[in-house]
Design a protein around this ligand. Sequence first.
Ligand SMILES: Nc1ncnc2c1ncn2[C@@H]1O[C@H](COP(=O)(O)OP(=O)(O)OP(=O)(O)O)[C@@H](O)[C@H]1O
Ligand SMILES: [Mg+2]
Length: 274
Amino acid sequence: MVINQTSNTINNELDNKKKPESVAGIAHIRTEDLNLWFSDKHVLVDVNIPIYDKKVTALIGPSGCGKSTLLRCFNRMNDLIPEAKIKGKVLLNEENIYEPKTDITRVRTKVGMVFQRPNPFPKTIYNNIAYGLRVRGEKKKNIDEVVENSLKNAWLWDEVKDRLNASAMSLSGGQQQRLCIARALANDPDIILLDEPTSALDPQSTSRIEELCLELKNKVTILIVTHNIAQAGRISDYTAFMYLGEMVEFEKTKKMFTVPKDKRTEAYLSGVFG
Ligand SMILES: Nc1ncnc2c1ncn2[C@@H]1O[C@H](COP(=O)(O)OP(=O)(O)OP(=O)(O)O)[C@@H](O)[C@H]1O
Ligand SMILES: [Mg+2]
């Protein structure tokens, strides 16, 4: 979660043309002319986006515009799709994660992911979090501590502390989603990617996750895909609008929502298409 001075300096020296206007700060992760094809279908087109440290960035755009694909580029999840071809860079703390020497497991630890449908392991609540830590060779005492802290940070501890050995499947959808967030937090990530994390949840569970994002951004950088414009308005500092694989506009949320620069952003925000 620490950005060193070097990356700060490099970031400040970036080509101004690539830096979105009226946006300042340190890009924790950013892309440089990122392109992706699924076979011969060009799905991401010259995408340049900074994801700022300890901020919430919302990624919005019509269905099929490439939001999930872009998210998956940030922790090399597209590597699992044989027909995917990638060109360009994804810089995590100014290191290109697509270099051959990259330790992909480490990238996936540092860049955690939470999906649309809660996907806990069919294990106990405790073991959902402990599993990864055990694989990494952590000691039992440390594991107990990390499990407790992760559940506390995901605002789930009070609800589950008396039944840590119950199956994760016995939790409600909203609780399962917070368990998945706790599981990601247990790795001490720099960034958490959330792909429509509340679209399968009821309004009350949704607002808990939204409040949780606002709290978590003190500790981690958050990138959230949402179809809910009001949600983006409530929780994000920055918004990125994508259309047909292009990054049309990136701006402070308040500014984009009041005076969008591009006609397509304006149309999307006013519900003309989507
Ligand atoms: N594994 C794949 N193989 C081939 N094409 C794919 C694959 N995954 C996604 N696509 C295509 O890439 C494009 C972008 O898909 P993506 O899932 O990133 O969109 P999205 O913006 O997340 O949409 P939604 O809002 O519906 O989730 C779509 O045209 C989709 O059909
Ligand atoms: Mg998607």
